[in-house]
Ligand binder design. Structure first.
Ligand SMILES: NC(=O)c1ccc[n+]([C@@H]2O[C@H](COP(=O)([O-])OP(=O)(O)OC[C@H]3O[C@@H](n4cnc5c(N)ncnc54)[C@H](OP(=O)(O)O)[C@@H]3O)[C@@H](O)[C@H]2O)c1
Length: 251
């Protein structure tokens, strides 16, 4: 039996593909130079949204952005290294100076170390916490006030069932602990944000990207569908939830 904390009306169109958007939004996706982030950026671009393609390696970001621009999508690259606060602030200033208002933030970037907790180095710990917790929180602190002021915002946190207590916290230790922190951030933030700014977490499933050594069973395009759905939720959509394949997951 599936646990359904939300009305079924919020889980519409499970089998349907997404339609064309009525309102063009500006959507920042972190870690979007490859994998699920790139597939999400492509899906958003295909539906007419403007995508700010965050990448810690700007050259890789520009190459990815160019490949999407060639398809006619509205995309530009922005340097986003979640472990580098000075650079993050510089990039946020760049957006402000260019008059770019971010309506939707997709915290997609992720890092996975297959190292037992007792053997982790300080650098590995800091990288995971920066990528999954402090970096996303910094972006939220910077972008959410304007979302609140404009009366519209969506925040999507790419998490994992490996960060779910209910699902047993499987997988590498630091990955699960830091994704659990991202889950906690999602729950707590939903209590602080107005209902016009929705924040949700998702597990994309086991996806064929570099993170899974390309052993995942799902294509990044499939995972991107849930990110797209959460990024474009209607006014009466859920907030403070955790989803996989657009269905609620337990924390
Ligand atoms: N693949 C799966 O089966 C799976 C399952 C559950 C959850 N997820 C989650 O889904 C998200 C996307 O994963 P993916 O499979 O697409 O992984 P991926 O192909 O390995 O891509 C990870 C992305 O994150 C970026 N990144 C890593 N550390 C960063 C940092 N400090 N600052 C900015 N960007 C950083 C990488 O940049 P570089 O190219 O510069 O390294 C890359 O663009 C992650 O949050 C991951 O935890 C994935």
């Amino acid at each position: 039996m599936i646990f359904l904390p939300f009305p079924p009306s919020w889980i519409q169109g499970l089998e349907s593909t997404t339609g064309k958007v009525s309102m063009k939004r500006t959507i920042l996706v972190t870690g979007a130079n490859r994998g699920i982030g790139l597939a999400t950026a492509a899906l958003l671009g295909e539906h007419g949204h403007r995508v700010v393609l965050g990448a810690r390696d700007l050259q890789a970001g520009e190459e990815a952005a160019n490949s999407l621009c060639q398809k006619g999508f509205d995309v530009f690259a922005l340097p986003i290294d979640l472990a580098d606060m000075a650079q993050l602030n510089q990039s946020l200033n760049q957006l402000e100076n260019q008059g770019v208002h971010v309506d939707v933030l997709i915290n997609n970037a992720g890092v996975l170390d297959e190292v037992p907790l007792l053997q982790l180095t300080q650098n590995q710990i800091e990288a995971a916490i920066a990528t999954h917790l402090t970096g996303p929180l910094h972006l939220i602190q910077a972008l959410a006030p304007a979302m609140i002021a404009r009366g519209y915002g969506r925040i999507v946190n790419l998490s994992s069932n490996w960060g779910s207590f209910a699902e047993g916290m499987g997988g590498p230790g630091l990955y699960g602990v830091s994704k659990a922190a991202l889950n906690a951030l999602t729950v707590r933030l939903a209590k602080e944000l107005p209902s016009t700014v929705k924040v949700n977490a998702m597990c994309p499933g086991w996806v064929r990207t570099r993170m899974s050594n390309f052993h995942g069973t799902l294509l990044p395009e499939k995972a991107a569908e849930t990110a797209f759905w959460l990024a474009t939720l209607p006014e009466d959509g859920p907030t403070g939830g955790f989803f996989r394949n657009r269905r609620p997951l337990q924390w």
